[in-house]
Design a protein around this ligand. Structure first.
Ligand SMILES: C[S@@+](CC[C@H](N)C(=O)[O-])C[C@H]1O[C@@H](n2cnc3c(N)ncnc32)[C@H](O)[C@@H]1O
Length: 269
């Protein structure tokens, strides 16, 4: 089935001055009025509430060089039409989508480890895109492609039913203030859409260090009839799969006594 027809994108985004490294601190919006606009075309959030804010981070010289040199090969432009995976990657292989890869350390690690898979990373933050391209260049990683665009629109308009073998959502912005919870990525409409893009047996793997969001993840994924939990633990959490590295950020949190929760569901037959 073709993807849903594209909606008209509103011009411009809410811009906030925020920390440069998206993996260290979640963004906080100024207020609800600044971040909500009516747009029936939005898939995950009917009122077009975005899960991110554009950050004022600077792209370093090295990141820019990586964008200039590797961008033509590894950046896939956003276009509201089905993605040709074989053309984008130059091969046919299991396809993994990552939403919000931040500075790309985890993506690069997993792509190297699982060289038999293709990884499509969506990230809106330009320095993050540059950072991942830089890592790809340094480590000669050839199985990553990047779309610098809202992943919700990528999933809706570029990914077709049953095209994915896996989805990674690692440490999504927790939007921990109650009034911002609605900006969280892991919510029923997006999960339903992601489930439709998965092949039977394909998985969704989320991780977070925000306990209340971790419970929301289990609840939302369990609420999607097309999915089943891979974990039989009473709390629904999974062991960290070996492919997901423990990042510096995560290690620091663990040292401070904070928890990290992995949630892995798969698509039912
Ligand atoms: C807290 S950071 C985590 C980054 C990384 N996954 C990690 O573990 O360090 C969340 C990232 O998701 C990105 N993001 C949030 N919503 C997004 C969306 N709808 N499409 C693409 N990227 C998004 C943000 O720009 C940010 O870089």
């Amino acid at each position: 089935m073709p993807p849903e027809s594209p909606g008209v994108l509103p011009g411009g985004f809410f811009v906030a001055m925020l920390p440069q490294d998206p993996s260290t601190e979640p963004p906080q919006a100024e207020g609800d009025d600044a971040v909500t606009r009516p747009d029936p075309a939005d898939v995950a959030h009917p009122r077009r509430i975005r899960s991110f804010v554009r950050r004022a981070g600077r792209t370093s010289t090295g990141q820019q060089r990586a964008i200039d040199e590797l961008g033509p090969q590894l950046i896939v432009p956003y276009a509201p039409q089905p993605l040709d995976w074989a053309a984008a990657f130059g091969r046919t292989a299991p396809s993994i989508l990552e939403i919000g890869f931040g500075m790309g350390e985890t993506t690069a690690h997993i792509a190297q480890l699982r060289s038999q898979d293709n990884f499509l990373g969506c990230e809106v933050h330009e320095p993050g895109m540059g950072a991942l391209l830089k890592l790809a260049g340094e480590r000669e990683i050839g199985n990553v492609r990047i779309i610098q665009h809202d992943a919700v629109e990528v999933v809706a308009h570029m990914l077709t039913e049953g095209c994915l073998d896996g989805v990674h959502i690692f440490f999504p912005d927790p939007w921990h203030k109650k009034r911002h919870n609605k900006r969280r990525l892991v919510q029923p409409p997006l999960v339903k859409l992601l489930a439709s893009r998965l092949k039977v047996g394909g998985y969704i793997h989320c991780a977070t260090d925000w306990e209340e969001y971790a419970h929301q993840m289990v609840e939302v994924l369990a609420g999607e009839p097309a999915l089943e939990n891979t974990s039989s633990a009473a709390d629904g959490f999974a062991e960290r799969p070996d492919y997901r590295p423990v990042t510096k950020f995560e290690k620091r949190g663990l040292r401070l006594g904070h928890g990290v929760w992995d949630v892995v569901f798969r698509k039912r037959a």
